[in-house]
Design a protein around this ligand. Structure first.
Ligand SMILES: [Zn+2]
Length: 255
């Protein structure tokens, strides 16, 4: 019998400056039971429909950090779900500091006054390694702090049936905790915004992939205005010999 697979759908692959083909970086995790949105920029209600997923079916939301290119779509998404008369609880996972800012943002829109709003359940995560974000029969999600400009988490998503894992650096410099999150994983999704404080070049992403011993590296959160996209992959290949791809919006990763 075939083992149930997990799927990540790339909803956006750009760094903080999107274009028509590349939205800001955010992901959707799909399992048999779950539809978990990872970060929430711009207009996720629209984006989810564009990849064939009804936003009303979202079962959770993970916020990696509180930069605008990762959370700016929160008020619209939450309002859209309310207008769709969602009744189910919406769990929201993130660092305590991130969730405090989330509540502050929503308070600007008086969301406590929205009549008959579905309940939103906050799940604060400690700023420590290997925190359990979510677990059911098929999937386990762990978070660890990574090396960015503000408190930020990276993720390890494990398919409990197949044993395969995928790690996501989120926004980070080359970081010990990312290497540990990705240790022995099948796929590492690593940011490649370019070498800068709190970010990584594609070559540095390749170094992290090599040290973690992953099979595949998917570069994300990259500058989309460059002419030659392929050079990003070539730079990563200087350090990492496994399979390397550049994430594109709409891409699906099964593991
Ligand atoms: Zn950021």
């Amino acid at each position: 019998m075939q083992k149930p697979s997990l799927k990540i759908i790339i909803l956006g692959s750009a760094n903080a400056l999107p274009d028509e083909q590349h939205d800001n970086t955010h992901l959707l995790l799909v399992s048999q039971q779950e539809r978990i949105l990872i970060d929430c920029p711009n207009n996720p209600y629209l984006r989810l429909q564009q990849v064939g997923s009804d936003p009303i079916q979202l079962t959770g939301l993970i916020l990696t950090h509180f930069h605008p290119d990762h959370v700016s779509g929160l008020p619209t998404l939450l309002m859209n779900l309310w207008l769709r008369k969602r009744k189910a609880v919406l769990p929201v996972y993130g660092l305590e500091s991130t969730l405090k800012l989330f509540e502050k943002l929503m308070a600007l829109f008086d969301w406590e006054q929205w009549s008959e709003r579905y309940p939103v359940e906050l799940h604060p995560l400690a700023d420590q390694t290997n925190q359990m974000v979510f677990r059911d029969q098929t999937v386990k999600i762990l978070s660890s702090p990574v090396c960015h400009l503000i408190p930020t988490i990276g993720l390890r998503i494990q398919n409990l049936q197949s044993g395969q894992s995928l790690a996501y650096s989120c926004d980070s410099e080359p970081c010990h905790n990312v290497i540990e999150l990705a240790r022995g994983a099948k796929i590492l999704i690593h940011e490649a915004a370019g070498e800068a404080s709190g970010h990584s070049s594609p070559r540095q992403a390749g170094m992290v992939a090599k040290q973690a011993g992953v099979e595949e590296l998917l570069l994300i959160h990259y500058p989309v205005f460059r002419q030659n996209a392929q050079d990003w992959v070539e730079q990563a290949r200087q350090e990492f010999q496994g399979n390397i791809k550049l994430a594109q919006d709409g891409m699906e990763i099964v593991f």
